[in-house]
Design a protein around this ligand. Structure first.
Ligand code: SF4
Length: 205
């Protein structure tokens, strides 16, 4: 199974067409949200580790899951080790986001997918992770309950089905379009105009 990038999940849940444009058609876009997002990640994208309050902080940790066919990178994973063996006995992923939570973000699913990778890599169970919002400097805890785990696995299945079909969904003007970095190439307004009645034909009878 070809591994999917973890970020594709977030794109897919934000808008399936966005995932199609990026991962079927290879398009990329930049807007103020993506630039701010890159800045928020600036300090966590360098691989490394440090110790804090008994937790080891692993930055930019590569992730994979053979079971789910996923690969990517975790911004930060807080881990505890068995002092005797050095083996990891607990892990807590933390995802960095540029601002406060927005209505269409799907950060919980992306974080849960990271946890599923870590569980497979280190053979342990992870109960929760956290999302760090750079704008407010606050962390929100996310519980990896069965509903979120099911939602994550289902989203992956749906994403794979979309990509296997090889056709991006049609554009559809919706609230997410406003903050979408692919807005200018997607042109959802044009699609909305095409489907609207532009004029009423004259009757010659
Ligand atoms: S502009 Fe709208 S329809 Fe197009 S990819 Fe972005 S969110 Fe989806």
């Amino acid at each position: 199974m070809e591994p999917l990038p973890l970020s594709a999940l977030n794109d897919f849940l934000f808008c399936p067409r966005r995932a199609g444009l990026k991962f079927i058609e290879g398009l990329r876009g930049t807007n103020e949200h993506t630039v701010l997002g890159d800045l928020a990640h600036e300090h966590v994208d360098m691989p490394g580790y440090e110790l804090r309050a008994g937790w080891e902080l692993l930055r930019a940790l590569p992730l994979f899951s053979d079971k789910l066919g996923l690969s990517g990178k975790a911004d930060l994973v807080e881990v505890r080790r068995n002092p005797a063996t050095g083996g990891i006995t607990a892990a807590h992923p933390v995802e960095y986001k540029k601002g406060p939570k927005r209505r269409f973000d799907n950060d919980e699913v992306q974080l849960c997918a990271q946890a599923l990778c870590l569980e497979e890599m280190f053979v342990l169970t992870i109960d929760s992770g956290a999302i760090f919002h750079a704008a407010s400097q606050r962390r929100s805890e996310v519980a990896f309950d069965s509903a979120l785990r099911d939602q994550t696995v289902q989203a992956l299945t749906d994403l794979r089905t979309l990509l296997a079909g090889g056709v991006s969904p049609a554009p559809e003007l919706k609230p997410q379009c406003e903050g979408c970095s692919l807005h200018e190439v997607c042109l959802p307004e044009a699609a909305a105009m095409r489907s609207a009645s532009l004029f009423i034909p004259r009757s010659y009878s």
